[in-house]
Design a protein. Structure first.
Lengths: 262, 261
């Protein structure tokens, strides 16, 4: 008997007006693995993550975390299930009215209240410094405002805030977008380290193929709201699927282009 | 094309649109208020908002009140002198300031300053995913962003209006005594004779309602803003315009309720 997937999605659909963004998504993400979802802009990747997080309510389907349907759970239970998830947003989404340290302390205090609630402000500040070190930043950065940081540093702080509550599940929304290739590789390395250290299950969405292969164990491609391919992330460049091959190699001609011309 | 039905349908759609917006606003206000009764309450956000509204709005409200009080004294004198009833000026100034000008002018100043700032701050948080980030950090954005601001606005404006009342009357007193030749002692006696406790209570009650309206409009338009920087700009404008219009409408309703008889 196979173990229960950490996240199990069945028949997930979501439309905005007449536009169907998710069209019957079935997906299993095994515990302790990193799953990468690739796809072009507007393919529904972000909507998929936001549905799991409860930020968007799907039209139909089920989303299970540890076998429990998030969509039909009681509000309290739903909050408890969602609390397991840490999220790194595409633009880091740091609270710009707070310092870097306060952003991380917010993550520390908000998640897992039973444990972190007892932290004094001094303890939380010290822990925030330790977490900054884990993402390769000097603790003195904690005194700065998010607007004083470069894009790469903001992503690191976003990652620090996401892991502050030691989540079981981590989501990454386009983690390398807007970064130069070297900084992208650095962020990917940090993501892999964090996921390993926490023993978390991760879902990343990206259209950066180098990043997808560095982060992911498994991968899938989303196209027009449907999963058109699933496999190992290491097979992304050699999938044997015409759509995936065209996308991963950035070819102008292929089934995706033909479809667009129709 | 139907020349009779089309205009009727357009009016109907506009009416339904207004009803829908009013309903959404009412639900938003109820959701914000309901969190007052459910812990946790974010005292830090509340005190920051209170300082932002009550303390940093003081200079603009104070200056507006002083000059308005002085203008009423001047204008009243010009009119009342024709009927030789200049002695009524002290009463006119204090009643005009305490009942109307204090709450309304302070409200309009705060709507322009604080309502716009609230809308811009929350709107920016919306379009940069910071509100979604709050949710992922187990924090209800309504509870964290809206409820403390609604309470802060409702409590801060009466304080500002009390200051505006005192400074407005002082402005009228200064102009009356220094420019129009009134006797200071008689002016003060006439002021206190004209003023009743109900005038102050109603003025401050109006202020609390105005403070709630300003915060509600700022939060609602910011929270529901869409479409990047342009959307935030539109939300900010809408917050100030809506707050100003609603403030004047509620001023009329409350005046009619308390003073019509």
């Amino acid at each position: 008997m196979s173990a229960l997937p950490k996240i199990r999605i069945r028949g997930l659909t979501k439309s905005f007006g007449s536009k169907t963004v998710l069209d019957g998504i079935d997906l299993d993400v095994e515990a302790g693995t990193s799953f990468v979802v690739i796809g072009g802009s507007g393919s529904g990747k972000s909507v998929l993550l936001r549905c799991i997080l409860g930020l968007i309510t799907p039209d139909s389907g089920t989303i299970e975390i540890d076998g429990e349907n998030v969509l039909t759970a009681t509000p309290a239970r739903r909050i408890a299930l969602i609390e397991q998830i840490g999220m790194l947003f595409q633009n880091a989404a740091l609270f710009d009215s707070m310092s870097v340290a306060d952003n991380i302390m917010f993550g520390l205090r908000a998640k897992g209240r039973g444990k972190a609630h007892r932290l004094t402000k001094a303890q939380a500040r010290e822990q925030a410094g330790d977490i900054l070190k884990q993402v390769g930043l000097d603790p003195t950065v904690g005194a700065l405002a998010p607007s004083e940081l470069s894009g790469g540093m903001q992503k690191r702080v976003g990652l620090a805030r996401a892991i502050a509550g030691t989540p079981n599940i981590l989501f990454f929304d386009e983690p390398t977008t807007g970064l130069d290739p070297i900084m992208g590789a650095v962020i990917d390395g940090l993501i892999v380290d964090c996921v390993k250290r926490l023993g978390s299950t991760a879902i990343a969405i990206t259209h950066d193929m180098a990043s997808a292969q560095r982060i992911g164990d498994q991968a899938a491609m989303l196209y027009h709201g449907k999963l058109v391919w699933k496999g190992l992330a290491s097979e992304l460049m050699n999938s044997g699927n015409a759509m995936v091959d065209q996308f991963t190699h950035g070819r102008k001609d292929g089934p995706i282009g033909m479809e667009l011309r129709k | 094309m139907n020349f009779i039905l089309d205009p009727v349908a357009a009016i109907g759609r506009a009416f339904l649109g207004i009803v829908r917006k009013a309903g959404a606003l009412a639900l938003f206000a109820l959701a914000g208020l309901s969190h007052l009764l459910r812990p946790p309450f974010y005292w830090g956000v509340f005190f920051n908002s209170l300082i932002e509204i009550a303390f940093y709005s003081l200079p603009v409200v104070a200056l507006t009140a002083i000059f308005s009080g002085g203008v009423i004294a001047l204008q009243s004198y010009a009119g009342f002198a024709q009927y030789h009833v200049q002695s009524a000026i002290a009463g006119i100034v204090v009643l005009a300031v305490v009942r109307e000008l204090g709450p309304v002018l302070a409200g309009l100043m705060v709507a322009g300053r604080v309502g716009a700032a609230m809308s811009a701050e929350i709107g920016t948080m919306r379009v940069t995913d910071q509100i979604d980030a709050l949710r992922t950090l187990s924090t209800d954005p309504m509870k964290y962003l809206v409820t403390p601001r609604l309470l802060a606005g409702t409590l801060a404006l009466p304080f500002l209006v009390l200051v505006a009342d005192i400074l407005g009357v002082l402005g009228g007193f200064t102009v009356s005594v220094s420019k129009l030749g009134f006797d200071p002692q008689n002016y003060i006696i006439a002021t206190f004779n004209a003023l009743k406790p109900l005038d102050v209570i109603v003025g401050l009650s109006k202020a609390a309602v105005f403070g709630f309206i300003i915060s509600l409009m700022g939060c609602y338009h910011g929270y529901t803003s869409r479409g990047g920087a342009e959307g935030v700009g539109s939300a900010t404008t809408a917050a100030v315009v809506a707050a100003s219009i609603l403030l004047l409408a509620f001023d009329y309703l409350l005046t009619d309720l308390f003073f019509a008889s």
